[in-house]
Design a protein around this ligand. Structure first.
Ligand code: SIN
Length: 325
């Protein structure tokens, strides 16, 4: 019998949501249940290791901040430092799960599994998806095969790579998906069908960020037909260290934005061309004028840039944009 344990870190989300009516899956308060409530809903499966819990946050993930990411990352590394800890599971809201997962993927060293899970239906709903997702996440976190893959996400019977996911639906149960690459495994059978590319896992060790570190402000500007280029100057005036432009097509900068973009760069703002299109990469054609985000979507590009600026790791953004760590 293993003496190891899995650490369960809870942060809130719909998986811990409480609603007034079991038949209504959209009217509820996220983050209203304790870690004990979540585990009680699993019954007592005899195939789970011992679980130690730590309640970090009880929030709707729309309110997650970079300060929270740092706090969660420190809790992950502290938990994994215990010799008897086999892995860590984090419950989280789906709305910003892809951001927290990508941040943790970049700063948490490879090794003991780190698995995020969530739910689309509140815990009080009929056919709530949270208990099965949590159970499967705990099982996957205990698998030796789940080590060294970078951060994983378990939801809806799927094992996904944190570096490949996005929220792709506002209310369907399979709202978290890896649109470009698909799953890396089957959470129900606890098997992997392909190893995720872990290249970028832990490429910015948490130790390179001071204990009191804050992440610099980087904004995403979604550029629509006719959007005002003055938005860039406003971002600079607000003190943004960087701006990721979510541009049309493969990262095409409208002619009307060119002077504003180059002016912001002259003022010391890092300006990145990304794309508002869900799939495909950003063209390198005009990279000499403004660097592109390559394979990174705007949310990922923002976090990569924040980490490069916070740690002074030269070339980090370019390596991640090229798909390497
Ligand atoms: C949240 O992101 O905290 C609420 C929505 C969800 O978990 O699906």
């Amino acid at each position: 019998m293993s003496t190891g344990h899995i650490t369960l870190l809870t942060t809130g989300g719909t998986i811990a949501g409480r609603g007034a009516h079991a038949g209504n899956a959209s009217d509820y308060v996220a983050g209203s249940m304790s870690a004990t409530d979540l585990l009680t809903a699993l019954g007592h499966p005899d195939d789970l290791p011992r679980i130690e819990t730590q309640e970090l946050l009880s929030i709707d993930s729309k309110d997650m901040t970079p300060e929270h990411w740092l706090m969660i990352a420190r809790a992950v590394e502290a938990a994994r430092a215990s010799a008897s800890c086999q892995g860590v599971v984090i419950t989280h809201g789906t709305d910003t799960l892809e951001e927290t997962a990508w941040f943790l993927h970049l700063v948490c060293s490879p090794g003991k599994p780190v698995v995020l899970t969530a739910a689309m239906r509140p815990a009080t709903a009929l056919s709530a998806d949270g208990p099965m997702n949590l159970y499967q996440a705990l099982c996957v976190a205990a698998l030796p095969e789940a080590r060294n893959h970078g951060v994983l996400v378990v939801m809806n019977d799927q094992i996904l790579a944190a570096s490949e996911i996005a929220k792709t639906h506002t209310h369907a149960l399979d709202a978290i998906a890896a649109p470009r690459t698909g799953t890396v495994g089957n959470a129900s059978e606890r098997t992997f069908c392909r190893p995720p590319a872990p290249g970028s896992a832990g490429c910015v060790p948490l130790a390179t960020l001071q204990d009191d570190a804050t992440l610099p402000e980087v904004d995403i500007l979604h550029v629509a037909a006719g959007s005002r280029p003055a938005l860039l100057a406003e971002a600079h005036e607000r003190g943004c260290a960087g701006v990721v432009l979510a541009l049309p097509g493969n990262g095409s900068l409208p002619d009307t934005w060119r002077d504003a973009a180059l002016g912001a760069v002259d003022n010391g703002v890092r300006v990145i061309r990304s794309s508002r299109v869900a799939n495909g990469s950003v063209s390198t054609r005009t990279a000499a004028i403004l660097p592109g985000s390559g394979v990174l979507n705007p949310l990922q590009a923002r976090i990569a840039l924040m980490l490069e600026l916070a740690t002074g790791t030269s070339g980090l953004f370019a390596r991640l944009a090229a798909g390497h760590g």
